[in-house]
Design a binder for this molecule. Structure first.
Ligand code: 6PG
Length: 257
């Protein structure tokens, strides 16, 4: 199939409006299909950029309205820490976005991990999978949850969610949610959506900005090794599924191997 869409903008400022349009297109299509919008978001810099896109003043048209009241927000990956901990992806999203949503846009249904399982990261993963089952299983008689949109970051080593290069977790295909106790990026204990769940998503958007992403972007898009990296494996979904929102700093030289 066609390679993923690679959109590049002069700066993060310039990336924000098209990211908003993209997310709202996904939202509107999902609401038409099934009356809700199921998204998964990762941590890192994504929540901040996403908040800028979604909290921006819209143009007032019906299509440009963020209908948060119909959103279901899951975490593509999460750290095994209390929800008010500085390392928590939930706290990050809450501080950057959820707490700032104007009341008239409605409140999303948010699915954080259960703090009761902080001592047992595998149990935390299993319980999070149950939360997914309760949202998706009724709709999908299929084997995997179908997110309308996954919003992901790309690490400097090519990881996405908490799926790291060459890690055995990449081969896990039974569970929807996996635990990891040896994450190379701290903290070590995390949960993550499995690669098949990520790849099954209807739409997948990566946001990668800054010169710090340049080397990994070249590797992912311009080398054979790149196809074996977690981000590269997701890219196999092709142009109908996968889009990258980047700035020029991140993609400088990409396409000229
Ligand atoms: C995490 C994140 C992780 C992140 C990438 C990119 O919990 O660690 O979900 O997967 O998205 O590391 O991070 P940046 O956007 O900060 O570069």
């Amino acid at each position: 199939g066609k390679p993923p869409n690679l959109y590049s903008f002069a700066s993060t400022d310039d990336l924000v409006p098209p990211l908003r349009s993209y997310v709202l297109n996904c939202q509107n299509a999902a609401l038409e299909r099934h009356g809700k919008f199921s998204v998964a978001v990762s941590g890192g810099s994504l929540p901040k950029t996403l908040a800028r896109a979604l909290l921006a003043q819209g143009d007032g048209s019906a299509e440009d309205r963020v209908q948060f009241g119909k959103w279901e927000v899951f975490f593509a990956d999460e750290r095994c820490v209390p929800l008010d901990h500085a390392d928590s992806n939930y706290k990050l999203l809450k501080d950057e976005l959820l707490d700032k949503i104007p009341g008239d846009l409605g409140r999303p249904a948010v699915f954080p991990v259960d703090e009761a399982y902080l001592d047992d990261v595998q149990e935390m993963a299993d319980q999070y999978e149950k939360a997914l089952v309760s949202s998706f299983a009724a709709r999908d008689s299929v084997k995997l949850p179908l997110f309308d949109l996954l919003l992901l970051g790309c690490g400097p080593d090519g990881h996405t969610c908490s799926l790291f290069p060459n890690h055995p977790l990449l081969r896990e295909s039974d569970a929807w949610v996996l635990s990891i106790s040896d994450s190379p990026k701290p903290p070590a204990r995390r949960i993550t959506l499995s690669l098949p769940v990520v790849c099954h998503g209807l739409k997948i958007a990566f946001v990668a900005t800054g010169a710090g992403k340049r080397d990994i972007m070249r590797k992912i898009f311009d080398t054979d090794e790149g196809h074996t990296l977690p981000c590269g494996l997701v890219n196999d979904g092709g142009a109908d599924k996968v889009s990258w929102f980047t700035d020029n700093d991140a993609v400088h030289g990409v396409g000229f191997p």
